[in-house]
Design a protein around this ligand. Structure first.
Ligand SMILES: [Zn+2]
Length: 445
């Protein structure tokens, strides 16, 4: 496609986006839950104590309350420090302990029942369970596969039985003056079905948390639900140089990582529109200079170098060889708590640069696939299509993804590590859906 046509498509998409600007017009009550959890599980004839958290939000209208069906926005359960081999019976390549997480199946709307007589919000939610070790079972496929920078890690089908017993059952009066904190008791039963995960047979098991006191936030005033996700940046050693003659010598140590500061403004600009805030931890350094110019064959070893249970790891390398591999970066385990990204600093350092590369990879981290590539694949979590005309369009190396985000991308963005909090309303995304956002295009230099 020549530059003029590309420019015209870009302009048309931008005009359409402004004309039909989407609005978050939800009016009703909202509940946000962020609760620490302790639970027990017996698997492969051994019992384990687990600790972690449940995070979710539920939005409802008067009609939903009258029908006794409350739409679930998100419900994540994640346990940290879990003995991976105890579940998988496979020796770990990376950390012995890792995470176990439940993510909601978002292919169909899911609801919880509400019964004022029982004072309860309850129901079974469909989803999938991952262990962080599952991503070790995936060998990075050779180049040339479709969507070959967005690699799917398989999971186990699962059901989350959710029961909230409320101290005060009048949900229409709570939260009318602002955000109110209320109490109750919460029980969870998470059942993972037996499944074959990347050729490893996983057993069925049940994780149960008894009724324990918990608090929830509720409001009927028009606030939005903000979502937060922790990122763990990882840099690798580029070079150590000795300067001068010892004993008056000094060392210069250089790391990769230019892509982080370069990509952050694009991440903030695009994901603020969708009320997703990424929180960055301080660097973890890998002291192995062999990874600085990464080949695809080294990617699995680099991924295994750092495992942080409660954050998504983003590895920055100086370059990926050959240049342009994976369009300059890739995501493994898209949509999972154990997702990992590898990104080349060439996106920041080699002209023409790519301002939306990191924002695009983080779109994969929050489950979004390329337009037309979303799927319910057997064994994998449901992946929603990213919208055409948005940052989820694949751009290839040396080109920017559209600097546009959409209402549908916002609705579908999720990761089991996300936590939730009420926030004041901010500007909505640029456009609503495929029809509104226009076709995919790339911004050429
Ligand atoms: Zn992509």
């Amino acid at each position: 496609m020549n530059a003029r046509i590309r420019w015209w498509l870009a302009s048309a998409a931008l005009v359409l986006g402004v004309a039909a600007q989407a609005q978050d017009d939800f009016r009703g009550g909202r509940i946000v839950v962020n609760e620490k959890l302790r639970a027990v599980v017996t698997v492969n004839q051994r019992s384990y104590q687990l600790s972690g958290r449940a995070s979710g939000h539920i939005g409802f209208t008067f009609e939903d309350l009258a029908k006794g069906q409350l739409p679930v926005g998100a419900m994540n359960v994640v346990f940290f420090g879990v003995d991976q081999e105890g579940f998988t019976r496979q020796p770990p390549k990376g950390d012995k302990d890792g995470l176990l997480a439940f993510s909601l199946d978002t292919s169909q709307p899911q609801t919880l029942g509400f019964n004022p007589g029982l004072r309860a919000i309850f129901g079974d939610l469909r989803g999938r369970v991952e262990l962080s070790q599952f991503s070790e079972f995936l060998t990075t496929p050779p180049r040339g596969e479709p969507d070959d920078h967005d690699f799917t890690v398989e999971t186990q089908p699962a059901t989350l039985r959710f029961v909230m017993v409320l101290d005060d059952v009048n949900l229409t009066e709570q939260g009318l003056r602002g955000v109110e904190q209320r109490g109750g008791r919460l029980a969870l039963v998470l059942t993972a079905d037996s499944a074959v995960v990347h050729q490893v047979e996983m057993p069925r098991y049940v994780i149960a948390k008894e009724f324990l006191p918990f608090r929830y936030d509720i409001t009927w005033i028009p606030l939005e639900v903000g979502r937060r996700l922790c990122l763990q940046p990882v840099r690798v050693l580029e070079r150590i140089e000795l300067q001068g003659t010892c004993p008056f010598c000094s060392f210069v140590v250089e790391f990769s990582g230019d892509g982080l500061a370069f990509g952050q403004p694009g991440v903030k600009k695009q994901w603020d529109k969708a009320d997703v805030t990424f929180e960055y931890r301080d660097w973890i350094s890998v002291w192995n200079g062999a990874y600085a110019d990464l080949t695809t064959g080294e990617a699995d070893a680099l991924r295994a170098e750092v495992d942080v249970d409660d954050c998504v790891e983003v590895f920055f390398v100086e370059s990926i060889s050959p240049q342009g591999t994976w369009g300059g970066g890739a995501t493994w385990g898209s949509g999972l708590a154990s997702a990992k990204v590898i990104s080349s600093d060439e996106n920041a350092n080699v002209q023409p640069v790519n301002e939306t590369h990191l924002a695009h990879e983080l779109g994969h981290v929050v489950t979004l696939a390329h337009p037309g590539s979303g799927y319910p694949t057997a064994g994998a979590p449901y992946r929603a299509d990213g919208n055409t005309g948005t940052l989820m369009c694949p751009s290839g190396f040396f080109a920017d993804n559209p600097r546009v985000n959409s209402d549908e991308n916002k609705t579908n963005a999720n990761n089991p590590l996300m936590t939730f909090a009420f926030k004041v309303r901010t500007a909505p995304p640029d456009c609503a859906d495929d029809a509104d956002c226009g076709p995919c295009y790339t911004i050429s230099p």
